[in-house]
Design a binder for this molecule. Structure first.
Ligand code: AMP
Length: 305
């Protein structure tokens, strides 16, 4: 059966050529030259490629504030577990480069795994409790891998700002924690989740979904929307909202729910009552795809920042 293709088509009018650097020394030289010539601000958009509108929204936000936006494309092996999809993760570098060019991106940094993790690499970053809850429970080591690669990118590129999607809310919380704890002088910025017209959060992994799975995958968004609506009409019990989300998702037999919780968006710890900011978070397996989604449940709030 045909799988859903989520990558957007390249636009017909490419902008100026994007430089590609595959080497740490080379990217540092180019950045030093840019800083010397212009003194402009540098924004970093870390990605694993297979770019879609979600990634492009981060690029556009960075471009609006920074003189140079650098997009990293690196499928980071250390954030994948042994039974996960590292080998089959979708990759299409030429297509990604076309999209980056169309956005007027100045520089793409696409190192090899050997560049990022040379023989003997041993140092990792542990973000503490955040790494062991929610997605960290089923993906041990994942947030250590994410924090380590992002710290390396920060040290290689030394961006003024780095741009992340709210879709990966736990990742944002982990990176903010790391930047504060390790004094990285980088402004961590979050952009709203970009969705398909039926609400499914865009993801490079959506291309794994078979047609019927794709239909049922919107149940994550529907459950979060339902919880948000209940909060807007006065519900404050997290337990009730959790049950509501579970029940709503359970109607979809192809969706195997991993968790549905209500958490504090900065710590990702569960809350009992909706008082300040509350984030609904869900994760589920749908066919071959592991999908996550989240939504701020307080009315009128559509982004973490
Ligand atoms: P990835 O390539 O999946 O590692 O994602 C790279 C960045 O794009 C991360 O900061 C993600 O949170 C962000 N991102 C992925 N999907 C979306 C989306 N649908 N909307 C907004 N940002 C996204």
């Amino acid at each position: 059966m045909a799988r859903q293709k989520t990558c957007p088509p390249a636009r017909p009018n490419p902008g100026p050529a994007t430089m590609v650097s595959r080497d740490i020394a080379d990217v540092r030289d180019r950045i030093a030259a840019y800083r010397y010539d212009t003194g402009g601000k540098i924004g970093l958009v870390p990605t694993m490629g297979c770019l879609h509108e979600g990634h492009l929204s981060l690029m556009r936000a960075s471009q609006a504030e920074c003189g140079l936006t650098i997009v990293s494309i690196f499928v980071n092996p250390t954030q994948f577990g042994p039974a996960e999809d590292l080998q089959s993760y979708p990759r299409d570098f030429e297509h990604d480069l076309g999209l980056a060019e169309n956005e007027g991106i100045g520089l793409v940094f696409a190192p090899s795994a050997g560049q990022m993790y040379p023989a003997g690499h041993a140092t990792t970053i542990d973000v503490g409790d955040l790494a062991g809850i929610l997605c960290g429970k089923t993906r041990p080591g994942h947030f250590t891998g994410v924090a380590t690669v992002v710290a390396k990118l920060f040290n290689i590129i030394r961006p003024d700002s780095a741009w992340f999607g709210q879709k990966d809310a736990q990742q944002v919380a982990a990176i903010r924690r790391m930047a504060i704890d390790l004094d990285f002088p980088v402004d961590i910025r979050t952009c709203p989740t970009v969705r398909e017209p039926d609400g499914l959060a865009m993801s490079s992994r959506n291309c794994y979904l078979l047609p019927e799975e794709r239909e049922q995958a919107t149940s994550l968004y529907q459950a979060l929307s339902l919880a948000r609506m209940r909060v807007s009409t006065g519900e404050t019990s997290a337990a009730k909202l959790r049950r509501l989300m579970k029940k709503s998702i359970a109607q979809n037999f192809l969706v195997e729910l991993e968790y549905a919780r209500i958490v504090d968006p900065s710590t990702m710890e569960e809350i009992n009552e909706i008082e300040g900011q509350a984030l609904g978070v869900v994760a589920a397996s749908v066919g071959r795809a592991r999908l996550i989604d989240n939504m701020l449940l307080n009315p009128a709030a559509d982004s973490l920042r």
